[in-house]
Design a protein around this ligand. Structure first.
Ligand code: SF4
Length: 359
């Protein structure tokens, strides 16, 4: 494992030759382990109710935003819309309110999603092992959980209330997910909340520990950059494009088999470039509002963050094929249900499995 000093040296070194060499090595490693496969997914926001007080977030409990949670009928409308665009891998998100979105509500959403999507991931509040196990039985195969920052003092200052104030409970969440049998865990920090090299170093240590103790799980990393709300949160560190690119390269070299995600919170140019260097999974045509795909209620308009890449699924597929990648809509299917909608045809829409997948 790299040392913190080495990581800092790399992030501080913007010498052109050095960065190009790093990028070349990351590119070769990605091709070696993933070929030219890029998986596509879409997020679907179920609710923006939240009981936490994250100072940097537009959904925090104190903020005066209109709150909404989807009914089962609305979920179906949203899911039909996403599925019709060809997406087969869905990420279901909520704010973190156990009261408003209890496990039964999440389970209902998973059962609805099973009608449309072979692969279902969650980004919800941290749960107990038994609860993850229940959702795994209902059809969940992946969980995203971000520590936000590994700097404990900073974490405490940024998360002053709610269950999320408990650093250790959040830190141990990937372990509880792994114990439940869920196949895939996506980990990350919110870049910009704290000193970048230190956060990334501790993220890498956390991942290394998880790989050692739970080797049967498929891991992924995400590197979301903080997009602060206008006039509401200024106490953050700007993370440059070159830093983001170097982080992706380092992750690829240190963890060659780990998937790397990049969402539509990044602009199209950065996403397209990062594909060459290690990113293996991207979201497409995302909406970050509750009901954003099919409902037009005024009370669903507040996004958690602004989408920077507004290309359609079709445009993303065309871009990938032009660059010589194989867009894949699902590399995981537990049962016989398959989304028959393959609107773009061609080689890119096949369901492929990675040869080194866990099962
Ligand atoms: S970051 Fe998540 S947990 Fe924190 S306030 Fe926003 S929605 Fe809630």
């Amino acid at each position: 494992m790299i040392s913190l000093t080495e990581l800092k040296d790399i992030l501080n070194n913007n010498d052109r030759e050095f960065v190009e060499d790093l990028a070349q090595k990351a590119r070769e490693t990605t091709i070696q382990y993933f070929g030219r496969v890029v998986s596509l997914y879409a997020p679907l926001y179920l609710s923006n109710f939240c009981d936490n007080y994250c100072i940097y977030c537009g959904f925090q409990k104190n903020r005066q935003v209109k709150r909404k949670k989807l009914t089962i009928d609305e979920m179906h409308r949203e899911m039909q819309k996403v599925s019709a665009a060809g997406i087969q891998n869905i990420l279901l998100l909520t704010g973190e309110s156990r009261e408003k979105t209890p496990v039964d509500y999440i389970k209902g959403a998973v059962q609805a999603a099973k009608e449309y999507f072979p692969s279902i991931s969650l980004e919800v509040y941290p749960l107990e092992v038994d609860e993850y196990r229940e959702l795994f039985s209902a059809g969940v195969d992946g969980v995203t959980i971000y520590q936000e920052t590994y700097n404990k003092a900073r974490y405490k200052a940024l998360h002053p209330g709610g269950k999320k104030a408990d650093y250790q409970y959040r830190y141990s969440t990937p372990e509880r997910v792994a114990q439940s049998g869920i196949r895939m865990i996506n980990m990350g920090v919110l870049l910009g909340l704290s000193e970048v090299a230190e956060d990334i170093y501790h993220l890498f240590l956390h991942l290394e520990w998880m790989e050692k103790h739970y080797p049967g799980v498929e891991y992924a990393l995400s590197f979301p950059r903080l997009i602060p709300l206008k006039n509401s949160f200024n106490d953050y560190i700007e993370v440059s494009d070159i830093t983001l690119i170097k982080l992706i390269c380092m992750a690829r070299l240190l963890f060659p088999r780990v998937g790397i995600n990049l969402s539509t919170r990044e602009p199209a140019a950065i996403r397209d470039h990062a594909l060459m260097l290690g990113v293996t999974r991207i979201s497409a045509a995302s909406k970050t509002t509750v009901g954003g795909y099919s409902l037009c209620h005024a009370n669903t308009k507040a996004p958690q963050f602004e989408v920077m890449d507004n290309r359609s699924v079709k445009e993303i597929v065309e871009m990938l094929e032009q660059k010589g990648f194989d867009p894949v809509f699902t590399d995981w299917r537990a049962d016989g249900i398959r989304n028959q909608l393959r609107p773009f045809g061609g080689r890119g829409t096949a369901s492929l499995r990675r040869p080194f997948g866990p099962s």
